[in-house]
Design a protein around this ligand. Structure first.
Ligand code: ARG
Length: 477
């Protein structure tokens, strides 16, 4: 039997006035204004929840049957019908209707077209409020898993490059001013740590999310003898939610996801900025592959790092998504309000954005070719071993650090005046400032000696970096 009017996008309700909604039309004499239908409908985006909606309905129907609330026969027909609905959605032939507002009513209405009477029993002991909370949690759980996998893949790319460049010396910066020599591998592993924390945030958000709202019904629970443990287990949740009012109005899980995503996005943005800087002619630390650069339509020499620039910029969208949802939720009284329908698009958009940014960043990292000679040339400018010189004065001459700092400062000024590096000053010049300096000091002034000396746990010494990379493999991959 068909309960829809095939000639239009609206629904003719068997029990309601013409034009009124079939699902609640009993109370209504007329249908909605066209603009009401448009502002109210979420089917344009929440169709993404189709698979989760059907999984939720199948778990619910199975539970209703086991509890004797639904007959075996009705349950069988509902399960088969829902499977068919999912096939129609997957194959792109499902007739989505704006008049049916959202994914929940689209699915239920199509089920009624397919199996008739039993479809009307599926909505026993539930509401769209617990339904949407459940569907959305299932979706966000998968998004968290996708985020984790994308971050893991990027970590793998970074660790591979870090191993290759465990001893490649580059300038380390503070204030973007040359500070001390570090290794390129050490620098890349810093991002492995950041993305590791992002993964741990995703894991924590997943664990917090994993309670099932289904069976909370509209807001107060239900008089039917349902078994919420059954549906929770069937959908892979750890347990049912403890409070029905909270369950239908909680969107913390979406905020948790977006907050974690925003932090990951700023990590990606910071790294993207470094890539942009590193591949300038002035730095020349890395060369991006042709696959991740673009040319200019007017300047033939250009190789622009567009992918990195876009990753840098797209953090704005993700932060905007988080901000938007925070503002939408603030001030909402218990329990469900339609404001909450605005929760989905920011999350969907963030999932797309991060997938793109993670894949592009991993691609850039895998393809990029470092230029160790350019990094070393840069490290030779800027007196990067000045701290090592001060430390030598402390360790070899027993000078107090403050005094050593002062002596070193004078030597740096001398070298600067002469347009030389510290290691290029001759011994007589050094002794002119501090007579006790011996030729042994040149040991401290080499870049390689400087990085090799930083063997403290978490430091930049190549042997440490190799060990840290091996450890990162264990921890993250
Ligand atoms: N489309 C709605 C949403 O996403 C589903 C819940 C509707 N509930 C209601 N009481 N109108 O929030």
């Amino acid at each position: 039997m068909s309960i829809t009017d095939p000639s239009s996008d609206t629904v003719a309700a068997p029990t309601a006035e013409p034009g009124a909604n079939q699902l609640w039309g009993g109370r209504f004499a007329a249908g909605p204004a066209a603009i009401m239908e448009r502002i109210n409908a979420s089917i344009g985006f929440d169709r993404k929840l189709a698979a989760q909606d059907i999984a939720g309905s199948q778990a619910h129907a199975a539970m209703l049957c086991r509890q004797g609330i639904l007959s075996e026969d009705d349950a069988r027909r509902i399960q088969a019908g829902l499977t068919q609905v999912l096939q129609e959605i997957d194959s792109g032939v499902f007739p989505f209707k704006t008049a049916l507002e959202d994914i929940h009513m689209n699915v239920e209405s199509r089920l009624a077209e397919l199996i008739g009477e039993p479809a009307k029993r599926l909505h026993t002991a539930r509401s769209r409020n617990d339904q949407v909370a459940t569907d959305f949690k299932l979706w966000v759980r998968e998004a968290l898993d996708r985020l984790d996998a994308g971050l893991c893949d990027l970590q793998a790319a970074l660790i591979e490059q870090a191993e290759r460049h465990a001893a490649t010396v580059m300038p380390g910066f503070t204030h973007l001013q040359p500070a001390q020599p570090v290794t390129f591998g050490h620098h890349l592993l810093a991002y492995v740590e950041m993305f590791g924390r992002d993964r741990s945030r995703a894991g924590a958000a997943r664990a917090r999310l994993n309670e099932c709202p289904l069976g909370s019904a509209a807001l107060a629970g239900t008089p039917y003898p349902i078994d919420r443990d059954q549906t929770a287990a069937a959908l892979g949740f750890d347990r049912p939610t403890a409070n029905s009012l909270d369950a239908v109005s909680d969107r913390d899980f979406a905020l948790d996801y977006l907050a974690g995503a925003a932090i990951a996005a700023i990590h990606l943005s910071r790294f993207a900025e470094e890539i942009v800087v590193w591949c300038t002619a002035q730095f020349g630390f890395i060369r991006l592959s042709d696959a991740f650069t673009t040319g200019s339509s007017i300047m033939p020499q250009k190789r622009n790092p567009d992918a990195a620039e876009l990753v840098r910029a797209k953090a704005g969208r993700v932060i905007g998504a988080l901000t938007g949802l925070l503002v939408a939720l603030k001030g909402l009284p218990l329990a469900y309000s339609k404001d909450m329908q605005e929760d989905k698009e920011p999350v969907f958009e963030t999932d797309d954005t991060l997938a793109l940014c993670l894949a592009a960043t991993a691609g850039m990292v895998r393809d990029m070719v470092a230029d160790p000679a350019a990094m070393r040339r840069a490290a030779e400018r800027g007196f990067l071993t000045a701290t090592d010189l001060a430390d030598w004065l402390v360790q070899e001459l027993g000078m107090p650090f403050r005094e050593a700092h002062h002596v070193t400062g004078r030597l740096v000024r001398l070298a600067d005046d002469q347009g030389k590096g510290l290691a290029a000053l001759d011994l007589a010049t050094l002794q002119g400032v501090e007579p006790r300096i011996t030729a042994d000091v040149y040991r401290a002034l080499s870049l390689d000696a400087s990085v090799a000396s930083r063997r403290s746990f978490g430091g930049t010494a190549p042997e440490r970096v190799r060990a840290a990379a091996a450890c990162a493999r264990e921890r993250f991959l």
